[in-house]
Design a protein around this ligand. Structure first.
Ligand code: SF4
Length: 235
């Protein structure tokens, strides 16, 4: 059995997919998003070692709250970085009747990714930016893997919740929302699109880790402006 690397658990997650969910934050991320509020998940060797059984045992504790829709969401970091461990764990969760969702940025894919997509219930897709150059500016990664991941999601008929963090001065324009609307047309089954307002609550973590925070002069996203932009979303 392959072992994984765990950052943390969150119980009773209500925003990371349908129903009440146990959120498993896996350790490691290849991206370096300008506004990442979990830079402590970046190091693939950080966190702690975890076995599939520990995740299943932890997830089983929430079973009485999951109802029909709830279950487990694998987030991070970038969970697809641990594809082999994910496949094994999603299958083990299925055996006890718990569904799994993958919360991914599409910045990493490998030979295990297709199987992960096939096995999971649905995908939360964090589209950092619809345009390749701006995607690069935000994440430090090319957009290619995101496009390949969308092909896999479509191939296996999975449903998607699209999310994008809206950052003042970076993607808070009407033109960006139009571009996002166009981009998501390439996803066959979109059930929801959520714009999330940028906040700077993660800044202290950067100070502790001694990492420069690129957006230190950027104010949090204004809620009213965010609502206006959200009204422009179409899918
Ligand atoms: S993909 Fe997520 S975890 Fe990785 S750097 Fe970006 S915001 Fe942070």
């Amino acid at each position: 059995m392959v072992k994984g690397r765990l950052h943390s658990f969150e119980t009773f997650g209500a925003v990371d997919g349908p129903g009440i969910r146990t959120v498993v934050f896996l350790q490691g991320c290849p991206a370096r998003c300008a506004y990442c509020h979990n830079p402590d998940t970046w190091d693939v060797h950080g966190g702690s070692e975890v076995e599939t059984k520990q995740i299943v045992d932890r997830a089983k504790r929430g079973m009485s709250y999951y109802g029909e829709k709830g279950g487990v969401t694998f987030s991070g970091g970038e969970p697809l970085l641990q594809g082999e461990f994910l496949i094994q764990t999603i299958r083990a969760l299925k055996k006890v009747g718990i569904n799994s969702i993958i919360d991914t940025s599409g910045t990493y894919i490998d030979e295990f990714t297709e199987k992960v997509i096939e096995e999971c219930e649905m995908v939360l897709l964090d589209v950092k930016h619809s345009q390749p150059e701006k995607f690069w500016d935000i994440t430090g990664k090319k957009q290619d893997n995101l496009l390949k991941l969308i092909d896999l999601i479509n191939k296996h008929g999975k449903h998607v919740w699209v999310r994008q963090v809206i950052v003042p001065g970076i993607n808070d324009s009407q033109a960006n929302i139009k571009s996002l609307n166009e981009f998501i047309k390439r996803i066959t089954h979109v059930d929801k699109v959520e714009l999330l307002g940028y906040h700077n609550l993660g800044v202290e973590k950067y100070e502790k880790l001694g990492i420069k925070y690129r957006l230190k002069d950027v104010e949090p996203m204004d809620q009213k402006e965010l609502n206006k932009l959200s009204a422009l979303v179409s899918f």
